[in-house]
Design a protein around this ligand. Structure first.
Ligand code: ADP
Ligand code: MG
Length: 258
């Protein structure tokens, strides 16, 4: 038998929207099982499109996406079971309670009632939402909605967790809590792919990073590799090279006046 398949294998992926916008030009990317991977790039680069092609929310124009060896289009069910998405746009059903939100999602994935109950309690606790369990989701603050979205993604114990700007609008302590939990499940074996605009988060957590711009992967590797590739000393400076804004670099310290 062949070696273990990668958690995510994207090959020559092209996505053209019906309006003609070519959001992904020919993207190839591989993420090994167990990695913590960062996908960084400016707004409009194609990050969400790539994620949507991976999670079945958008149909690739051409090319392939495989999740643990399962084709995301032709073997949708197997692929979809292995992956979870905490989307950039929060899409909770406002009329469900928190508990119902998680229970319903577990139901979609065929979890038993007992398992759903246990997992719901565990996740509500992990994200400090237990006291709100019977409230409707519309009553939650933005940060709580964000955490519930993540709890929902984790409900069926995915092997690959994709986080699309998970900390946008989340306050500091909740952000730390969220990362603590994600780092824990990553240590326990869950592969993580993250997009964020907070470079320090990517720097702290990601084993490897890909830079995407204008629908193309411009570079990928460890932070050291990316820095070397752009001839700079930090992820931030490498990013500024990517987007052509070197003049913003904080390392351009002018000489002290004598
Ligand atoms: P990112 O997540 O990196 O900000 P997106 O993947 O959301 O980027 O968008 C990539 C490009 O595709 C942008 O130019 C965006 O305007 C365009 N785009 C995204 N979704 C659609 C859509 N449904 N129809 C047409 N164009 C889209
Ligand atoms: Mg996006």
């Amino acid at each position: 038998m062949s070696a273990k398949p990668p958690a995510l294998e994207i090959t020559d992926l092209v996505k053209r929207y019906p309006n003609g916008m070519e959001a992904l030009k020919s993207v190839s990317l591989e993420i090994a099982e167990g990695e913590f991977f960062g996908l960084l790039g400016p707004n409009g680069a194609g990050k969400s499109t790539m994620i949507h092609c991976t999670t079945g929310l958008a149909r690739p124009t051409s090319g392939s996406v495989k999740i643990f060896g399962h084709d995301a289009v032709n073997h949708y069910r197997e692929a979809r079971e292995a992956v979870a998405l905490a989307p950039q746009e929060i899409n909770l059903d406002m009329f469900l309670t928190l508990e119902e939100t998680l229970d319903l999602h577990g139901g979609y994935f065929g979890m038993s009632k007992a398992d759903r109950k246990e997992r719901t309690a565990e996740l509500l606790d992990a994200f400090s939402l237990t006291s709100k369990r019977d409230e409707r989701t519309r009553t939650l603050s933005g940060g709580m909605k964000r955490r519930l979205t993540l709890a929902r993604a984790l409900m069926h114990r995915p092997r690959l967790l994709i986080l699309d700007e998970p900390t946008a609008g989340v306050d500091i302590e909740l952000r730390l809590e969220l990362w603590q939990y994600i780092e824990k499940i990553n240590r326990e074996g869950t592969t993580v792919m993250l997009t964020t605009h907070y470079l320090e988060e990517a720097e702290r957590m990601c084993d490897r990073i890909a830079f995407i711009n204008h629908g193309e992967i411009a570079a990928h590797g460890t932070i050291e590799e990316l820095s070397a590739r752009y001839g700079v000393n930090s992820l931030e400076d490498a990013y500024l090279e990517l987007v052509g804004r070197q003049e913003l670099s904080r390392s351009h310290v002018t000489a002290e006046p004598v």
